[in-house]
Design a protein around this ligand. Sequence first.
Ligand code: ADP
Ligand code: MG
Length: 306
Amino acid sequence: MIRIENLVKAFGAKRAVDGVSFAVERGEVLGFLGPNGAGKSTTMRMITGFFPPTSGRVSVGGHDVTESPLAAKRLIGYLPEAAPSYPEMTVHGFLAFAAAMRGLAGEARRKAIGRVVELCFLGSVLHQSIDTLSKGYRHRTCLAQALIHDPDVLILDEPTDGLDPNQKHEVRNLIRELGRTKAVVFSTHILEEVDAACSRAIIIDRGRIVANGTPAELRAMSAHAGAVTVHAAGASAEKLAALGRVEPVNGAFRITPADKGASGQLALAVVALAQREGWKLDALRTEEGQLDEVFRSITLPDTVKK
Ligand code: ADP
Ligand code: MG
């Protein structure tokens, strides 16, 4: 549904997006991660045809966004980063306006408004003006606008930004639900959202893709993924060293195997060793790896890496 190839956006001498390629199919939710200034919003603005790429191609539903902008845009729902809203309009007025802009009229418009009002929980504020809404409601009004024409493709720029934890949770669930039938890209710098809503994630840094995989694959890139931590009375680092690299952590030992794929056997080997040596085993845990560690290790300049 979305295909971008070697996308570049230069602002003067600076390449905000520098050769980004990826594809998203229907039924996928792609998390677009990266630190501030990485080029997420710029990439999304090019996908939605908000501005043209310096070079490279974007197609949506098979339509090139530069050559056939109307056909492409018809398929896209877009929640921009600083979502524009019309403070003096009521929620209903704004959604009716958004529906009209998408060519919906009469019964179709009425149905479309009813659908997004339900999806985004806007029933209780329908006749309130936008400037009197709390941030969460204002935000969901903008999200409803992006969904009004039931688009096949959703581009959501930081859709949970500024929401409280309950609202974040609701919006993530909504995104996951929408992703069953649509192709969704959403940007965030909150790593938990990758686990909560994404089938796949791309990490972008300084305009370039630095990682692309499922949440589990990204976690496995963590330095300690596959390590086994053992807490046992009598355990000795010297004996454990036969199984991998050993470090003391909070009264326990962490053993990192040379081969990350071998963590299952490693845990069994630790148990066997503990039995042979008569150690009293208290706790044994295999580390899944941490997304934030991966994120930091691949998006920080080398000088700040620890
Ligand atoms: P992100 O959304 O990942 O935080 P952006 O895509 O907004 O990052 O920005 C990427 C880089 O491009 C930043 O360095 C930003 O300052 C720069 N940039 C974005 N838009 C413009 C613009 N219209 N003119 C000049 N520089 C821009
Ligand atoms: Mg941004």
